[in-house]
Ligand binder design. Structure first.
Ligand code: COA
Length: 181
């Protein structure tokens, strides 16, 4: 079962079916979908597929978490640890990190804090290699990955753009986040 993760400002709670409408609205936002969804308005069935994917990864402690800012925003975004996309050979064997913030949550370090929260959780789960793919023009995402300790290892072709593939190798020296469940 996925843990609930607490960081300095955030609560990362496992994505639930009740979040479907908020998750769909997030993915339909123009600033969110531009690179993450190749600017497409994903149909409800695809978003439902993400929730089902999250449920399916639950036994491994992986999937998607809702980013909550307690007292401020119950749905500031989504962060995930999943099996990597087959289309990116450089990711093979790793665990993929994914993140999307609502525009009101951008530019405040929320993304980095959420990403570091799930990186620490991955470490606790014994995962040793995290990977992520970033569309070439997605500057905010390149900055975030670099700030969160990821290193570019090469490029793979994505559906719309070349993707820089990042990895972060996890050792034994990183503290685990507070665990609520
Ligand atoms: C990728 C994404 C999560 C990055 O979000 P972000 O807000 O730029 O990243 P962070 O939360 O780490 O915030 C960093 C910014 O907050 C600033 N900041 C303000 N207060 C801060 C604090 N307390 N701590 C850290 N940074 C802080 C930083 O200086 C930085 O600003 P800068 O980019 O102008 O240098 C966001 O752009 C997004 O959701 N995009 C849409 C979906 C997407 O493309 N996802 C990635 C697919 S690969």
């Amino acid at each position: 079962m996925k843990a609930t993760i607490r960081t300095a400002r955030l609560l990362l709670r496992p994505l639930a079916w009740d979040d479907l409408d908020a998750f769909t609205a997030l993915l339909h936002d123009p600033d969110v979908r531009r690179y993450l969804c190749d600017d497409m308005l994903l149909p409800p069935s695809t978003v439902e597929g993400f929730v089902a994917q999250s449920d399916g990864l639950d036994s491994k402690g992986l999937g998607y978490w809702v980013i909550e800012e307690p007292g401020r925003d119950p749905f500031a975004g989504i962060v995930g640890l999943t099996d990597p996309h087959d289309e990116f050979p450089l990711m093979k064997g790793g665990t993929e990190v994914l993140i999307a913030l609502a525009p009101v949550a951008m530019g405040r370090g929320i993304g980095r804090e959420a990403l570091e929260g799930v990186c620490a959780e991955a470490q606790r789960l014994g995962i040793r290699r995290l990977v992520g793919g970033v569309d070439m023009p997605n500057r905010a995402s390149h900055k975030l990955m670099t700030r969160a300790g990821f290193v570019a290892i090469g490029e793979n072709e994505g559906p719309a753009w070349m993707n820089t593939i990042y990895e972060r190798l996890l050792g034994d020296d990183q503290g685990a986040p507070d665990r609520l469940t």
